[in-house]
Design a protein around this ligand. Structure first.
Ligand code: AR6
Length: 180
């Protein structure tokens, strides 16, 4: 676990399950275009949320890479779920710009809803194949750049599934914090 402050915003890196973050007001889903269940994060979120989540998602689909939409959290212990579609590595280009849009658009929606705390998974780094070190740099850079403009979001947590993903994010954060 690592925690830094950027202005008034707390940024945390933890290892865990995005579907079990009860103290966060919203969690982000690494969705598919149809906002349906699937493997990885989307599977964990939809199975914990129950069928009502997909019912609410269906009329909002399809979404395009980089886009984000918001729903209630249903059976999850949160208030909202923000669903964003990451780039498929090697297909949706430029991958870094699209991945950055996912984080930016999710934070914009969170601000619109006056959400105080938001947890992200490592979008695109599973089934979509984005190398985790590169994705970590893009994700953290985007969040750090937006932090000073945030009025409502005061805590941002990255929930990493594996030890090695947590380590990759810790290293990327250290490198970014040491860059003038
Ligand atoms: N909590 C936190 N992180 C997780 C969890 C979890 N419960 N499960 C997996 N991860 P992925 P993508 C990690 O594949 O690459 C889905 O089927 C995982 O180890 O969930 O954006 C959708 O329906 C990886 O590091 O998302 C889409 O079709 C990261 O979360 C597609 O996969 C993202 O992995 C989206 O692919």
């Amino acid at each position: 676990m690592k925690r830094v402050k950027i202005g008034s915003v707390v940024l945390e890196l933890v290892q865990g399950n995005i579907a079990n973050q009860p103290e966060m007001e919203a969690v982000v889903n690494a969705a598919n275009a149809m906002l349906a269940s699937g493997g990885g994060v989307a599977g964990a979120i939809h199975s914990a949320a129950g069928p009502g989540l997909y019912e609410e998602c269906r009329p909002l689909a399809p979404i395009r890479p980089g886009q984000a939409v918001i729903t209630g959290a249903h059976g999850l212990p949160n208030r909202y779920v923000i669903h964003t579609l990451g780039p498929v590595y090697g297909k949706d280009k430029p991958e870094d710009k699209i991945l950055a849009e996912c984080y930016r658009n999710s934070l914009k929606l969170a601000e619109e809803k006056r959400i105080a705390s938001l947890a992200f998974p490592a979008i695109s780094t599973g089934i979509f194949g984005y190398p985790v070190r590169d994705a970590a740099r893009v994700a953290l850079n985007t969040v750090i750049a937006m932090a000073p403009q945030l009025k409502y979001v005061q805590k941002i947590r990255f929930v990493l599934y594996s030890d090695s993903d947590l380590k990759a994010h810790e290293e990327a954060l250290e490198a970014l914090m040491n860059t003038p």
